[in-house]
Design a binder for this molecule. Structure first.
Ligand SMILES: Nc1nc2c(ncn2[C@@H]2O[C@H](COP(=O)(O)OP(=O)(O)O)[C@@H](O)[C@H]2O)c(=O)[nH]1
Ligand SMILES: [Mg+2]
Length: 431
């Protein structure tokens, strides 16, 4: 039994006992550190990690009898509320173990689903996670499981002669069908409105990358650097969204996204992707990498690939190499690449090294994206005026001494070009 200090998890988090088994073929210590990171992400805290070595899982409890005793003792000693196992358990293993140790047992799939449920922000993401949760749950239904009965509103729901178990299963089946229908609808709407992003919104910077890359640390570090103390109260939108003021870039929303996971259970891939889909709506992606990780090249490629698959590869991206304090002779700084390649920054989110350079790089990205102009046209052109309001963000409207309308506008490069093609408008670029 290994002991760990109390980690920085919130006091409100559940107390957990962790269980990890090394099987013959996969001595996977990397999986072990990822496991702790996932537990941390879920908001639980733990003092005890129980490890075991086996050839194959035990049919009844997943772990052997001796380990079951050990888990029981730890649960009792720590008054733990949940046992989290770093593997996919069968429903009956989960149930047997839970009955034996006297508290809830969550397997790896349940743990990851819980993190997704906390992180899903888009409508589609939430539906997709709920769907995966229901599917996971439906395999775990047993007689005497009364949770659903309370929810479904009783009399008349059950057919004659139908058992509780059958009706619960039927209900979950119905719910899954409904969710699939709603998802289909949301997807169609999305296809239609793909470019319909709200122009007036403040730009969003999303931090993406593997679990443990340091996303949350960077998120906090950037918030510290870019929020004035008196604004702190208003900066928090939820625990993973903040409003920050990047010097030179103006206000932005900073988003800490759901982390990539190496051994993601197959059933959860769809839920993961839809949870990450907010990345597609972002104006800038900070692709964060643990530079001290031996697998970093592979992970970078994987992130690129998934971003492409969810259609987020069009969003400008900065590759940020984190944890340089662990590398020898690597100074903080940025590398500006040729056009069409990704700029790179070397930082330590923990020590704060390289943060100023990174913020500068972020503001450069935004500067390139928007042009501020004055657009001048004669006052009678009502239709033209409304066209311009549709074209881009109007910051100010005034009249010149000659009585013409003068709009101060913020435009993307493409919108700017459109405006230049309009011969009725005199355009002046602001420095
Ligand atoms: N040495 C070092 N550790 C870091 C740095 N940034 C983050 N960490 C650590 O890496 C672990 C994962 O960080 P976290 O921000 O939770 O990663 P996330 O899963 O991507 O959100 C934590 O133990 C951090 O303290 C860094 O710059 N240097
Ligand atoms: Mg995190």
């Amino acid at each position: 039994m290994e002991l760990f200090g109390r980690i920085k998890a919130p006091q409100t988090g559940e107390r957990a006992v962790l269980v990890h088994v090394d099987f013959d073929r996969e001595q996977d210590r990397e999986g072990l550190s990822e496991f702790k990171e996932l537990v941390h992400s879920a908001g639980a805290f733990f003092e005890t990690l129980i490890t075991a070595s086996r050839h194959t899982p035990d049919a009844k409890y997943f772990v052997g009898k001796g380990k079951v005793e050990e888990i029981m003792a730890a649960v009792e000693a720590e008054e733990a509320e949940v046992v989290i196992v770093n593997h996919a358990l069968s429903p009956s293993q989960e149930r047997n173990l839970s009955n034996k140790v006297g508290c809830r047992v969550v397997d790896r799939v349940g743990l990851i689903l819980d993190i997704f449920a906390q992180r899903a922000r888009t409508h589609e993401g939430k539906l997709q996670v709920e769907l995966a949760q229901l599917k996971h749950m439906s395999t775990r239904l047993v007689k005497g499981w009364t949770h659903l009965e309370r929810q479904k509103g009783g009399i008349g729901m059950r057919g004659p002669g139908e058992t509780q178990l059958e009706s619960d299963k039927r209900m979950i089946g119905e719910k899954i069908k409904q969710l699939n229908k709603r998802l289909e609808k949301v997807r169609k709407q999305r296809e239609l409105g793909r470019r319909g992003r709200q122009r007036s919104d403040i730009p969003t910077v999303a931090i993406v990358g593997y679990t443990n890359a340091g996303k949350s640390t960077l998120f906090n570090r950037l918030t510290d650097a870019a929020v004035y103390a008196e604004d702190r109260l208003f900066a928090t939108l939820d625990s993973t969204l903040r409003r920050v003021e990047i010097p030179g870039a103006g206000p932005c929303i900073l988003a800490d996204t759901v982390g990539f996971i190496r051994h993601i259970p197959h059933d959860l891939v769809a839920a993961f992707r839809s949870t990450l889909e907010e990345a597609r709506e972002a104006d800038l992606l900070i692709h964060l990498v643990d530079a001290s990780d031996e697998m970093k090249e592979q992970k970078i490629d994987e992130v690129f690939e998934v971003l492409e698959e969810i259609g987020a590869d069009e969003v400008p991206q900065i590759l940020v190499m984190n944890k340089i304090d662990r590398l020898i002779g690597r100074a903080p700084g940025v590398e500006i690449e040729q056009p069409h390649s990704v700029d790179k920054a070397w930082v330590s989110a923990q020590s704060g090294a390289g943060m100023d350079e990174l913020m500068q790089l972020i503001s450069e990205q935004f500067k390139g994206r928007f042009v501020q102009v004055k657009a001048c046209f004669s006052a009678g052109e009502g239709r033209l005026r409304s066209e311009l309001f549709k074209l881009g963000k109007v910051m100010n409207e005034a009249y010149t001494d000659e009585g013409d309308v003068e709009l101060t506008m913020e435009l993307s490069a493409g919108e700017y070009e459109q405006l230049l093609n309009n011969k009725q408008v005199v355009v002046q670029e602001l420095g």
